[in-house]
Write a protein that binds this ligand. Structure first.
Ligand SMILES: [Zn+2]
Length: 403
């Protein structure tokens, strides 16, 4: 692939810094807008990594020229944007987070912590408010970059806290930057599509918009008894005017790249046809990857990249957010690859030497291989859910193109 960077190069290697994951990274955000002029593959679903590309003749690809601006949100000052936050989280909860910010006595205020969900998987940590507001502000800055047409794709890998409630923390999420960003997008765009690729159901995002057709939510996730958060079954479709605008694909262990993309493409093609979204937000949780500590799905970064690449070809503004991902090097591999796909460059398979290089052993490659575990998403299982989803979508009146 031929690439000409018109101004500055996006530092995709930064994404492979495992120290940049989670809370540590969240405290250090900045914005870097880069512009690349690139030739992209004609095949929308084509190979997304250099290993696969090496078997493809570059000369044989009939590429088309496209200019895509990508904003990578990474700026300390962005925390200030938080002052402009819509007051979505309940003020009392936000005030409590702020109170805890400089509190280093973990035993204090136990009762109130319980009240606001700050226990077990959402412990109070020093500077928690700074972290939560920086993450949210970064996602909002991404929204701002899209709305003002600074870019076509905005990325905040620290975002995607899809379980956070307006008045309590939940599932490692203290403030729901996704809901706040989607709300902000509805101010400008008529139809907002939210796609959740995390292993866990995007429960709080769905609940926030279950009553409105302004935001359609589509979540692909594991669903089985006792698995967090427990919602997101196929008959979970929204309410009132929002009925059938919540779409859920409850899946089983062992999901593969090929099957996942096939389901993704099938459902999203229909969603696009019926809903004609004017902007899209994708939560790219990486806990679906093979080797993740959740040990459920069997996906690789290329599989997830194919999904994102498919939506990129819709050519509508896109906000890419992070999410779960508990195998740090693999999560970094995934988000690095997704960044490259968004920018339109191909990366070398070799992980470059850097401070955390040894974490990428033993092969030090960008790609990872799936395991040979059994895929429990059998034809028989899928035949129970897929037709129902299509049937539900058929209940919606298609949006006419002019609207
Ligand atoms: Zn998750």
């Amino acid at each position: 692939m031929e690439v000409t960077a018109s101004r500055e190069t996006l530092k995709v290697d930064d994404c492979s810094d495992p120290n940049s994951r989670g809370i540590k990274r969240s405290a250090n955000l900045s914005i870097d807008v880069c512009q690349k002029q690139c030739k992209e593959e004609k095949d929308e679903t084509g190979p997304t990594c250099t290993k696969r590309q090496s078997s493809t003749s570059v000369n044989s690809q009939q590429n088309k020229l496209r200019l895509r601006k990508v904003a990578y949100v990474w700026n300390e000052e962005m925390g200030e944007v938080c002052d402009l936050l819509p007051r979505v989280p309940q003020r009392e909860y936000v005030d409590f987070l702020e109170f805890l910010n400089d509190e280093d006595d973990s035993e204090k205020e136990q009762e109130r912590k319980e009240e606001f969900g700050m226990n077990h998987d959402c412990p109070s940590v020093p500077r928690i408010f700074d972290v939560a507001k920086s993450v949210t502000a970064a996602s909002l800055r991404g929204v701002q970059a899209l709305v003002s047409n600074e870019c076509q794709v905005a990325i905040n890998w620290t975002g995607g806290w899809h379980h956070g409630r307006r008045d309590e923390a939940a599932g490692f999420c203290y403030m729901n930057d996704v809901v706040i960003s989607l709300l902000q997008l509805t101010q400008t765009y008529k139809r907002v599509l939210y796609i959740d690729l995390d292993l866990h159901h995007g429960d709080a995002v769905q609940d926030a918009f279950a009553h409105t057709p302004k935001v359609m939510t589509v979540s692909f996730h594991k669903h089985s008894p006792g698995f967090y958060p427990g919602s997101g079954n196929v008959d979970d479709v929204g309410h009132g005017r929002g009925r059938y605008y919540s779409v859920n694909l409850p899946l089983q262990d062992g999901m593969t790249d090929v099957l996942f993309f096939s389901l993704f493409k099938g459902v999203l093609m229909k969603v696009q046809k019926i809903y004609q979204p004017s902007v899209v937000v994708i939560q790219c949780g990486a806990d679906t990857l093979v080797g993740d500590h959740m040990n459920c799905f069997n996906l690789t970064p290329s599989g997830i990249a194919n999904c994102v690449n498919y939506i990129l070809h819709w050519n509508i503004p896109m906000l890419l957010l992070g999410g779960g991902g508990y195998n740090t090097p693999n999560t970094a591999r995934c988000w690095t690859l997704l960044t490259a796909v968004a920018v339109g460059v191909r990366l070398n398979s070799e992980i470059p030497d850097h401070e955390f290089f040894l974490d990428y052993g033993p092969d030090y490659q960008l790609e990872i291989s799936p395991s040979n575990r059994q895929n429990l998403n059998t034809k028989q299982y899928l035949s129970k859910i897929v037709p129902t989803i299509f049937n539900n979508l058929d209940q919606l009146k298609p949006v006419s193109k002019e609207k």
